[in-house]
Design a protein around this ligand. Structure first.
Ligand SMILES: C[S@@+](CC[C@H](N)C(=O)[O-])C[C@H]1O[C@@H](n2cnc3c(N)ncnc32)[C@H](O)[C@@H]1O
Length: 269
């Protein structure tokens, strides 16, 4: 295993996910086309760090039952705690993971296909429409290389409501990764968004967070009011702060959110 479940990237991803799930309308659906498994083994260092986190970390409460069984809930496991299972739609290219998702009572979309991107492209023809989509393959920027990015993104931005993107390995010194990250931002120039970058945490002993930068992007649905986007961005900024505190990152370096035309960016670096 290259990653321990519950690493720094998972903390920011799942903290933001919990907060975003609060904003689903009554009866709303969540869709994770790169879902992994509903839960994973939790190593001791992960368990201790989450249980010792400030109470403001939503994930602490949400994970406490699972952690007491030595498990860490993934995105669909968390969503399945908050929403009816029939409102948690998911897919994974890996058949064993699909079986685990199905056994947890979650809805597998596109059971006969083998690609989450294609499943997403076919989504508009499917019902019900999800109100929140998480994009979290291992290598989003690599997968979207070349022309596919523009076509894929405009299609996605067209039909999806709120979007959460998890991007791994954002190394500011790596020009290729930086280029795709900027391209994604440019493509979403018309959308309001919240963005957060979490730097590596080299000394934790938890696999998957020593070297990687993690970038989260949140794009709310287009119909959201300026007032709500402001409230949501503040809530996500609070989530980023408490994750930084949990990770022991230097607070002096946590930047204050900067707002411009209802876009908020905060970089924890
Ligand atoms: C980072 S994990 C997902 C973790 C999960 N979203 C969570 O937060 O608990 C990425 C998953 O995407 C799946 N995956 C990667 N490329 C895929 C593709 N093209 N189509 C479908 N699934 C894919 C992998 O099998 C893996 O389970």
């Amino acid at each position: 295993m290259r990653y321990d479940a519950g690493n720094a990237g998972d903390l920011i991803k799942h903290e933001w996910l919990l907060r975003c799930l609060d904003w689903l309308p009554e009866g709303g659906c969540f869709y994770d086309p790169f879902a992994g498994k509903p839960e994973y083994e939790a190593i001791e260092a992960v368990r201790e760090r989450i249980l010792a986190a400030p109470a403001a970390l939503r994930l602490r409460d949400a994970q406490s039952d699972a952690l007491s069984r030595g498990r860490y809930l993934g995105s669909t496991g968390l969503a399945g705690r908050l929403l009816p299972k029939s409102s948690v739609m998911c897919f994974d290219e890996d058949g064993n993971k699909r079986t685990a998702l199905q056994s947890a009572g979650l809805v597998i979309v596109h059971p006969n296909d083998d690609d989450g991107y294609r499943a997403l492209e076919e989504m508009p023809q499917r019902q019900p429409t999800p109100q929140l989509v998480l994009l979290d393959p291992y290598n989003l920027l690599g997968d979207l290389r070349g022309k596919r990015l523009n076509a894929f993104w405009s299609h996605l931005a067209d039909w999806t409501e709120a979007l959460l993107l998890f991007i791994l390995n954002i190394d500011p010194a790596n020009r290729t990764a930086g280029q795709y990250s900027s391209q994604l931002l440019a493509l979403s120039a018309e959308r309001r968004l919240a963005r957060c970058i979490v730097p590596p945490t080299p000394n934790s002993g938890i696999k998957g967070e020593q070297k990687s930068f993690v970038e989260m992007l949140y794009l709310p649905e287009k119909s959201v009011t300026p007032y709500s986007i402001n409230v949501r961005c503040r809530c996500l900024a609070r989530g980023a702060d408490v994750v930084a505190e949990t990770l022991g990152l230097d607070f002096a370096k946590v930047s204050t959110p900067t707002y411009s035309r209802e876009r908020v960016e905060f970089c924890v670096m």
